[in-house]
Design a protein around this ligand. Sequence first.
Ligand SMILES: [Zn+2]
Ligand SMILES: [Zn+2]
Length: 260
Amino acid sequence: MNESGRKKAGKSFPAFFAVLKEELSGLLDVFLPCACCLCGSPLPDSSHPRLCLACMEQIPWIKGPRCLCCALPFTDFGGEDHVCGACLQSPPPFHRVTTLGIYDGLMRQAIHQFKYNGNIHLATAFGHLLADALTTEEPSSRFDLLVPVPLHRNRLRSRTYNQSLLVAQALASRWKIPIHSRLLRRQLPTKPQQGLSLSERLRNLSGAFASSFPLQGEDVLLIDDVMTTGATVSECTSALLAAGAGRVEIAVLARARRTG
Ligand SMILES: [Zn+2]
Ligand SMILES: [Zn+2]
């Protein structure tokens, strides 16, 4: 090949790959069209959250009145949001809770897929929905730091990923806020919380979390998947405040109705 031939070939290769890449991405769109990350139904475009209309309609969002502090949904009567009896009696250490929905029906199935069945694509959908919910609830809210509730290393080893960290990463990439995934340490392995009352949960979690280093008045958004009694997020909040956090708000995917 002469010099001009080499030059031609040299110029044509990157162009060839660019065209190939474009063609392949077109083919991927044909063979792998954008799909709902929950049920797999095709979607018309790739905008977020990637959930189809049918799934969005089936998810039990919290639409009625709720506690202004812990987001407990009030199901027995209508009316305005207000602070629930439990928060009045024993004010939690966190400022407020933002949640997407009730831990029931399709929301419960979605979180199960996300946590235990490796459907990590839901993290982006959940992150976008939470960002919208947080902005709607308090448009002026600003956070210095995102902190996911940590898993104990034994549980992280068996599950291989921390679902709260994945949601935090989705929020961080949208808001450009730093995440401190190692700020909170789960220093004790705790028994599963299911079936325990609030006082039993608090006993089970007592001293379970600690902050790895001091804070200097930062406003923190603490992220967890499901909130039932609030024992976990309360313990984490206390550890963050003890480390010097200014204010702690909570963002969870779902709020379970209080059981004890
Ligand atoms: Zn769907
Ligand atoms: Zn409350």
